[in-house]
Design a protein around this ligand. Structure first.
Ligand SMILES: Nc1ncnc2c1ncn2[C@@H]1O[C@H](COP(=O)(O)OP(=O)(O)O)[C@@H](O)[C@H]1O
Ligand SMILES: [Mg+2]
Length: 503
């Protein structure tokens, strides 16, 4: 109940104007009403539709209205008239003004509010603005304190879930609801950062869609939460994640990630080790870096948010740093989450073609990374190391730099199997070892392409996919490792003593 005390403190310390920016209007009003008892002042509430009413009884307060009300009912709620009436009223009171932000550009109104604030010691009035978005004019900033409703913590969220479960039980009688501890914990994780009413709505949706709280609710809650927070394009919610089963090889990376999962989602208070911050995956195109990034989110069961530098630079020209900060704030509210920065070198390369914007973006990102305490795991990928800024690679920024090399023979066989199964071809019908041997130097993406083209070939020939068709595809492919042999060996040499093998 800290927020009640904080608000009372503001009111008692003779704060003439308070602004509350929130989507939870009713909760803010209720909180103010609860102050009234201790404060011993009447509480009024103004809105454009109803004029001034007593906040507790809901009764119209006619003395405050203009005499002309009979002829013109709108005068009842006229903002100027209302402020004038308040200033004439000698009984101290708290006035809640709903959605008053529309009127805060009028110089007459600003002046009226300033005068009211200046005479606070004589009249004892408080004005409290409640709006979803409010900008206080400079003239009033000295007199105004902003107050934020607190967001529910884990304990409060758990209570919310329990109370919603009770309501469900009452409605459904003897039925039992399927809800395991693990899913509830995950649900709580994913509700942090939301307001009470938003969380309540998502909890209800989760319970009532299938009379259970289960894994599949979590995905839906993550999406709904992202939508509630309003996307601005720079940070996109990736609906497609992957599982480790879809990723061939990368055993060292998988192992590294799986032993850090608990530490990643642990509560700040339970943390004994440092929370994992993130990794950089370096490797040639098509080696499965983006796939691996998706798999981290899938396996840890947290939302995958993609930071898109293309949008950052193009769409909001000139507001780049502000937008990256906004994107990072959104990630903080979505935490725990994976923040995926694909092909990071394209966003923050060391070139000086853009008058330093990308340098500033990099600086913003690095400062944030150093200060961030929230469970946000960065997975950055890079194809080209030449333009990677050294600041990013420096030890301590990220936990590890992994090199994703071309797959070895057994991994190639595994990748064949994965992509056959994905397309309903039975891997048992093929000699995977032979396929793997014959496709030395192929990347994961190229192996996938062999399977896809093979299937097209089989369709055209109206025959089932055969080993021979796949071998034919292999002979016709010139892999990148041949076309770009020199670049690749440079990359491998660079990676040698700077990175850890992911395979
Ligand atoms: N190790 C792998 N296991 C399974 N599929 C892979 C692997 N590597 C690449 N692929 C396939 O190739 C596609 C493209 O790979 P991608 O992850 O985009 O590579 P990168 O980001 O390294 O360029 C993936 O979506 C996947 O279908
Ligand atoms: Mg990629």
């Amino acid at each position: 109940m800290y927020e009640l005390n904080d608000l009372l403190l503001l009111l008692r310390s003779s704060q003439p104007v308070i602004s509350i920016q929130t989507h939870e209007e009713q909760r803010a009003i209720d909180l103010i009403k609860r102050c009234s008892v201790t404060l011993n002042k009447p509480i009024f509430q103004w809105s454009i539709t109803r004029g001034v009413v007593d906040a507790v009884s809901g009764k119209q307060v006619l003395e405050l209205a203009n005499k002309a009300v009979d002829q013109n009912p709108e005068a009842l709620s006229d903002p100027k008239q209302t402020l004038l009436s308040i200033s004439k009223d000698r009984t101290p009171g708290v006035y809640i003004l709903l959605d008053f932000h529309h009127h805060l550009e009028d110089p007459f109104i600003i002046r009226l509010i300033k005068e009211l604030a200046q005479s606070h010691y004589d009249n004892g009035h408080h004005l409290i603005f409640i709006s979803h978005e409010i900008e206080i004019p400079n003239e009033l900033s000295r007199f105004t304190a902003s107050f934020s409703l607190s967001l529910p913590d884990r304990e409060a969220l758990q209570k919310l879930i329990i109370s919603e479960l009770k309501v469900w039980k009452l409605k459904k009688g003897n039925e039992t609801l399927d809800a395991d501890r693990k899913s509830i914990d995950l649900l709580i994780n994913n509700l942090t950062g939301l307001t009470v009413s938003e969380a309540k709505r998502l909890i209800r949706n989760a319970i009532y869609d299938d009379d259970a709280i289960s894994y599949c609710d979590i995905d839906r809650v993550q999406k709904a939460k992202y939508e509630l927070l309003g996307q601005d394009g720079v940070l996109s919610f990736e609906y497609e994640t992957a599982s480790f089963n879809q990723v061939g090889g990368l055993a060292a990376l998988k192992q590294w990630l799986s032993i850090r999962k608990e530490a990643f989602i642990a509560d700040e208070s339970e943390l004994t080790l440092d929370r994992p911050k993130g990794i950089l995956l370096v490797g040639i195109q098509g080696s499965g870096k983006s796939l691996a990034a998706k798999a981290v989110a899938g396996v840890w069961h947290v939302p995958l948010l993609r930071l898109d530098f293309g949008t950052l630079y193009n769409k909001f020209f000139g507001e780049t740093e502000k937008n990256i900060r906004k994107a990072l704030e959104l990630a903080e509210v979505m935490a725990p989450c994976v923040l995926w920065v694909d092909e990071i070198e394209k966003g923050i390369s060391t070139g000086d073609y853009d008058s330093g914007t990308s340098q500033r973006v990099l600086a913003t990102l690095l400062t944030w990374m150093a200060e961030n305490r929230k469970p946000i795991f960065i997975v950055a990928t890079a194809n080209d190391i030449k333009s990677l800024p050294p600041e990013l690679i420096r030890k301590g920024r990220l936990d590890e730099i992994f090199f994703v090399d071309l797959p070895g023979p057994s991994t190639r066989a595994e990748i064949y199997r994965i992509h056959m199964e994905k397309r309903e071809s039975d891997p048992a019908a093929f000699d995977l070892v032979e396929l793997a041997d014959r496709s030395a130097g192929f990347s994961g993406a190229e192996i996938e392409q062999i399977v896809v083209s093979g299937l097209y070939r089989s369709m055209a020939q109206k025959q089932v996919l055969s080993q021979a068709m796949l071998l034919e595809e292999i002979t016709q492919t010139r892999p990148l490792s041949v076309v770009m042999a020199e670049e690749i060996s440079q990359l491998q040499a660079w990676a040698e003593d700077r990175t850890v093998p992911a395979n």
